[in-house]
Ligand binder design. Structure first.
Ligand SMILES: Cc1cc2nc3c(=O)[nH]c(=O)nc-3n(C[C@H](O)[C@H](O)[C@H](O)COP(=O)(O)OP(=O)(O)OC[C@H]3O[C@@H](n4cnc5c(N)ncnc54)[C@H](O)[C@@H]3O)c2cc1C
Length: 234
């Protein structure tokens, strides 16, 4: 079930019209998960999903029977800042990725600029908190813009001097946008979402995780409903 890229449902998690998640294709549905589980006792069928099937999906999720969720695939085209991508690539199992090569192509002038800057969290050394009004937003935005301007100019200066693309890209910052095809199976996607749409995860990465869930949920509605119910339990 492939959707031409131009027709793919596309979400813009960062609200800047550049960062995006598009659904490229998917394979399977909730029934496939049930059939994969039931084949072990010859109980797979073409019948529409029924209440017993829904109960089975709930049971599989609750008892960590993960393999029946591995037969379904979802491919996203993701345009995200390198710092978001760097977190996504840590997910090694059940995830395939192909990314634009800045050795092959000259990078486009696409830079993520935060709409507002956050402060370092006082208790969690990795996390951030909203600005309490003490952060000079305008000054931070000016520093960010100037850093990007200088970096991108340096990149082009190096190319003009004849330096190869694979070296010139070394001066570009983590806010540079990159783009990839990511394919997850449903098990690996749920694992990704539980770690990356979590209060401990970076805010921008959470926005990407939520966009991915929004696109995947209608394809596997029972699985997502039961997974959300499980995760909202105290
Ligand atoms: C909030 C947050 C902060 C983080 N901070 C850091 C950080 O500061 N530095 C850093 O380096 N990383 C950091 N990470 C990345 C984190 O350590 C994981 O690499 C990442 O979340 C992927 O999770 P995973 O290994 O469970 O997923 P996957 O790689 O997809 O693996 C899925 C599952 O397969 C099993 N598995 C995979 N590989 C192995 C293996 N080699 N041996 C045994 N079992 C395996 C595990 O059960 C694992 O949960 C952070 C992640 C989060 C969510």
């Amino acid at each position: 079930m492939t959707t031409p890229a131009a027709l793919s449902p596309t979400l813009y998690p960062l609200g800047d019209g550049i960062g995006s998640v598009a659904l490229v294709q998917h394979v399977g549905d909730d029934k496939m998960i049930v059939n994969a589980a039931r084949v072990s006792f010859g109980g797979d069928s073409d019948a529409p999903l029924n209440d017993r099937d829904e109960k089975l999906i709930r049971y599989l999720l609750r008892h960590h029977h993960g393999s029946p969720f591995e037969h379904n695939l979802i491919t996203f085209k993701i345009v995200c800042p390198i710092f978001v991508d760097r977190q996504a690539v840590r997910h090694r199992v059940g995830v395939s990725k192909n990314e634009v090569s800045a050795r092959y192509v000259e990078v486009q002038e696409r830079n993520f600029t935060p709409p507002s800057f956050r402060k370092q969290a006082p208790s969690n050394r990795q996390a951030s908190v909203e600005d309490d009004g003490t952060l000079n937003q305008a000054a931070a935005a000016a520093v960010w813009a100037e850093a990007w301007r200088q970096a991108f100019r340096a990149y082009h200066d190096l190319l003009r001097l004849g330096v190869t693309r694979e070296q010139a890209r070394g001066v570009l910052p983590l806010s540079l946008y990159t783009e990839s095809y990511y394919t997850f199976n449903v098990r690996s996607l749920l694992h990704f979402l539980s770690l990356r749409d979590h209060e401990g995860a970076q805010y921008e990465t959470r926005l990407y995780a939520r966009a991915m869930a929004e696109l995947a949920e209608p394809l596997f509605p029972v699985t997502f409903r039961e997974w959300r119910a499980l995760h909202s339990e105290p």
